[in-house]
Design a binder for this molecule. Sequence first.
Ligand SMILES: [Mn+2]
Length: 324
Amino acid sequence: MFTDIINKLLNAQNVLFMTHRRPDGDALGSSMGLALFLRSNGIGAEVILPDDMPSRFRTLCPAYRKDITLAEAEKFDLFVAVDCANCERLGCGAELDIEYLRKHNFISIDHHKGNSLNAPVQWVEPTACSASFMVARLLLSSGRTIIPEAATLMLTGIMTDTGNFCFANTDAAAFQTAARLRSCGADTAKIANAIFFSKPLKQLRFEAELINTCFKMACDNRFAYCFVPEALMEKYDFNMAEDEGLIDLLRGIDTAVIAMLCHKRADGFRVSLRSKSERFPVGPTARELGGGGHDMAAGCTVDLPDFDAVEALLIDKISAVLKA
Ligand SMILES: [Mn+2]
């Protein structure tokens, strides 16, 4: 698989990379790391991101395109989706769709269980800590030089998807690959400052009020959760798309095994779930409710009339998980 994919990448003229909507560190790190690597090898490469990225990633990322027309798509001879498990989440712009991609030279590189993109070339490793980790090993195996900017991006993906090497998916290979990226010149201080030491003061104040006024626990204090009211987000000018780390506040509570964060969106209540123990995975619950993700980090959108209904449903589901 490695040789096949690396040959396809290095023999292409012009590659378009895409990833999941509302991109996170791994989505950005894997797509942009690949693009910078190919460009440094004289191959045309662009990334399409229809959604804005969280602002803290901006200093790490190169320019990208927000959309693409069918006519513009014709100049690409290879399409690559990274870190994206299904066509609903694929950020490929308004005119491209999965049928178009499947008829073209299309590769899917991903670490999500149950990837359903059905690309002609499909490389999925659910045990990999991140898509950036898969991409990094692929590029390291090519024997080509990895420029520091590409190494920094891929290390960003590994660090964010492993919770800075803290989550259960942090295996020895994650450390080994991170070490090799560091040897290529990955700028760990730049990543740390951009991602882990960059919280605006108003966000800390928002978090303090959120914990003081909205925080709840259930299931013998093993399920920690919070509904984030729109008024509070407005008061502190907080955008949920900006910080997926908010749920880590809840996960960080000593007795919590499973954490949930919920907010209202146009299409229903968005539910994010995290688990601290492999014995109690949240991925199956999210999938059962029409969402997806990993065993330890998953999410779904539920269409219910109010948060009370969401709360009752989730307490029911999570108490069953915690009893298993
Ligand atoms: Mn990922």
